[in-house]
Design a protein around this ligand. Structure first.
Ligand SMILES: C[S@@+](CC[C@H](N)C(=O)[O-])C[C@H]1O[C@@H](n2cnc3c(N)ncnc32)[C@H](O)[C@@H]1O
Length: 404
């Protein structure tokens, strides 16, 4: 497959940027070529709350307009870039790009940046929530992670990762607790893996909010930890380290303020939550991944005809039964944190790699442990399903002291 020319990458990136893209116009015909359209314009529109690209093809007589999204939008942009237009004009909130393409396909690109970015264009929800890490200027972290090009553009292939990072940062900031954290803020990221989110959290707190922060990412993968340490060293970020450790065995030198567990597998999430509680972390952000522990107990209860009869219409279907197990696991986790004195909510978290697993359990240490209503609700749920979540096993001692 031929490589995209620089102008094609530039135009694609601009059109895919949900925050800054305003309008693109494809016009003119390269000498010696035929074109079915006089002009094509592309702009973002909201349809029932979802962002689409509206593409209007204008020929001599008529304007053909349709709205596209996802792969269809990608294909549409590719198709437009494959046509022999001689001019492409792209307007974003940060400026304009004018591309003039010669008969031989050689492009001349001129850019004009606006001094004060206009923040009114796009009809997306994201306009209402500007990115915390905008990626509109060269950013050392985004570049070191291969998310941004050296000239400051978000790579098309990394766009979803870029959005995930911003969504993750927004979920942290929304708790409105960061100002109250000590200096330095200490973060432990359990099962950090490829560590984009570890880097993002450290970078955002340290360099954007300017709140001195130390972060340690832990994972059983020695190869990954060595790689992340190399990237951190390259950036000169001494306070961002990576260690090879099982979550349950990790012993932090200082008490962490924030514990992350993002898509840690199965019971690794429970290990991270249990550790966070034992360490007395003030904030916990956990995006659960696969859930097997409770599923096995539910299967056993099924064999003994001990699952709640009222749920038979749901449990009859394998996929619904599995999702019920996932929901119960996360419901139990949130409830246990609540009992232990964390104000806890479960919110949606954009996740490119785990699209079906896009929940985040967000917990802020806030209340006195042992709220009787939370304890009663926990018992009600456990008695209905005759199961014991793994987190309750890990935290048996503190829970027993609270009557669980
Ligand atoms: C799906 S990846 C997620 C990585 C990263 N947190 C993210 O969200 O992109 C899960 C990671 O957890 C690690 N992991 C799984 N169980 C673990 C355990 N018990 N202790 C430490 N790391 C673990 C795996 O090695 C893997 O790198």
């Amino acid at each position: 497959m031929p490589m995209d020319a620089e102008y094609q990458r530039l135009v694609k990136n601009a059109l895919r940027d949900e925050v800054t893209f305003v309008k693109a116009t494809f016009s003119g015909r390269r000498r010696g070529y035929e074109l079915p359209w006089r002009r094509v314009t592309v702009r973002p529109v909201l349809v029932k709350g979802d962002r689409y690209l509206q593409v209007s093809h204008l020929d001599e007589k008529q304007d053909y307009t349709r709205n596209v999204v996802g792969q269809e939008a990608v294909a549409e942009i590719d198709a437009l870039l494959g046509l022999p237009f001689s001019q492409i004009h792209v307007v974003t909130t940060e400026g304009e790009v004018q591309v003039r393409i010669s008969r031989k396909g050689i492009a001349r690109i001129s850019r004009r940046r606006v001094e004060e970015p206009d923040d009114t264009p796009s009809l997306t929800h994201d306009r209402e929530k500007p990115y915390l890490l905008p990626g509109t200027e060269p950013d050392a972290m985004l570049q070191a992670r291969g998310i941004q090009t050296p000239d400051g553009l978000i790579r098309a292939s990394k766009h979803r990762k870029f959005r995930q990072i911003n969504e993750f940062l927004r979920l942290i900031v929304e708790t409105d607790t960061l100002d109250a954290l000590p200096t330095p803020i200490r973060i432990v990221d359990c099962g950090c893996g490829s560590a984009d989110l570890t880097f993002a959290a450290y970078h955002y707190l340290n360099h954007i909010l300017k709140h001195p922060t130390e972060a340690v990412g832990i994972d059983v993968r020695a190869d990954l930890m060595a790689k992340q340490n190399a990237v951190s060293a390259e950036l000169g970020w001494d306070d961002l380290r990576f260690e090879v450790s099982r979550i349950i065995a990790y012993q932090p030198v200082e008490r962490p303020d924030i514990v992350l567990a993002l898509h840690a597998c199965d019971t690794a999430t429970d290990e991270a939550l249990a550790q966070a509680v034992r360490w007395g972390a003030r904030l916990i952000f956990s995006a659960p991944c696969c859930h097997h522990h409770l599923q096995a107990q539910m299967a056993e209860q099924g064999r003994q005809n001990a699952l709640p009869v009222a749920f038979q219409p749901v449990l009859r279907h394998g996929i619904l039964k599995e999702r019920m197990g996932d929901l119960l696991t996360d419901g139990f986790r949130a409830q246990i944190l609540r009992i232990l004195g964390y104000s806890t909510d479960v919110v949606q978290f954009i996740s490119p790699e785990h699209t079906a697993k896009n929940l985040m359990i967000r917990a802020v240490k806030a209340t006195a442990p042992g709220d009787p209503q939370s304890v009663a609700e926990y018992h009600g749920l456990a008695d209905t399903w005759h199961v014991k979540p793994y987190l309750a096993e890990l935290l048996a001692q503190p829970l027993a002291a609270l009557g669980v």
